[in-house]
Design a binder for this molecule. Sequence first.
Ligand SMILES: Cc1ncc(COP(=O)(O)O)c(C=O)c1O
Length: 482
Amino acid sequence: MTFDLLSVSRRYRGQARDLHREHVNPKWMDAMGLIGFDKEYVRALGCALWDSEGNRYLDMIGGYATCNVGRNHPDVCKALADFVTSQSASMVCFDAPLLAGVLARQLKGRIGRDLDRVFFTNSGTEGIEAAIKFARCATGRPTILHESGSFHGLSTGALAINGCSSFREGFGPLCAHSRNFPRGDLSALEAHLATRDVAAVVMEPIQGKGVFLHPHGMIAEASQLCAKYGTLLVIDEVQTGLGRTGSFLAIDQEGDVRPHMVVLSKGLSGGQVPVGAVLCRADVWGRVFSRLDRAIVHSSTFHMNGLAMAAGLATLAIIDEERLCERATLAGARLRAGIDSIATQSPFISAVRQRGLMVGIEFAAPESLRLRLAWKVTQALDPNLFVQAVTIPLMRDDRILTQVAGHAIPVLKLTPPLVINDEEIDLFTAALARAVRALEDSGGPAWTALSGIARNAAERRWSALRSRLGSEPLPTGTHRDG
Ligand SMILES: Cc1ncc(COP(=O)(O)O)c(C=O)c1O
């Protein structure tokens, strides 16, 4: 019998959630079920998804900002198909894969900044891990500095510079030599740098968790401080890069920033194949790969795999041909105007933060006593809950995917594919207006849905605790890395 992928998909159609519940991650299935996101998607194109019942959805998450060129862009699909059907010699390992050389050259051509070496990875996290290692090796210093609220991935190295404590809980002790400074605080940064034990400062140009932008000029000043104290600057463009904010890199809009490394991933392969890249100054690279016997002192088996390289090359061509950086600026402005007009009328929206197609809508306690009480009750039940009063109706009533911007952060986040058109933007803003207006009815469906979820979540937590207490002793102390 010959293997046929399509018949496997047909045979198991409708069973995805059960399979995951049984074999993969039942907790994730519970979470998706609670907020009504437990769909089985079977087709995707551009910003659209279709479920197994033929319903169409508008994707405002964009695969965590991986689908910049739109889902299943025909040129990415063709590049992948061409690569597979051409019987290319992939994964030889003891060779110089052609497409990796071409992609490295093309990335350097777009980024410049004397970043002359490209190290490919399979993810953003791996890029950050590489940057941490390269920085320590090149400087001989131990400490890696990061901003509060940062997110750079979840492997132990990347987690050590993760500014969201919820991700670290239970996984310590992590690297002792990481420190953080308050987001945007240049004097705190300088105080750390002055100790001269800091190998690198790792920064996101715009923090993904909460969509926090830096004051204009701050990153350029941080860059100068790094130069003054001999510290390397690592710019994490995993989420902001590849046109997302209206320029190829977000730091292209930040003035004179001179990074020693730039980390890319997510949008580099058109949302199809794991990929990442660290662009690195030649002198830094030379101190890591310093001798013949260290030629692959940092590496990973799949890091230059042909599928990722082919998808990467197609993606760069699409970004140029379809002028997606410009598109992100224009579409972002339209989206922003729509959201601003909703925000000015809503007692719940306290701020809108946006650059290009990276948008955060922040919610806060309203002034009216009646609504403030409803807000406080929800916050007390669970600080992660409130924004779900917007994501749930958007999904339930309008089939639109949106997400909360981070743990206990009352921010709705949007990172749609950069190919989103005006009609889709207007459809989204009309739906958002309805969902936000419904919040003003404190006895209305949004709040009823919320209290239902809160009760449900609390019951689950309680029954989990009860069964744990019944079956095994609770640990006497849990380590929580600072
Ligand atoms: C800014 C940033 N850095 C690093 C990462 C980690 O990337 P990955 O999930 O591909 O490992 C992410 C993922 O969301 C990110 O947003």
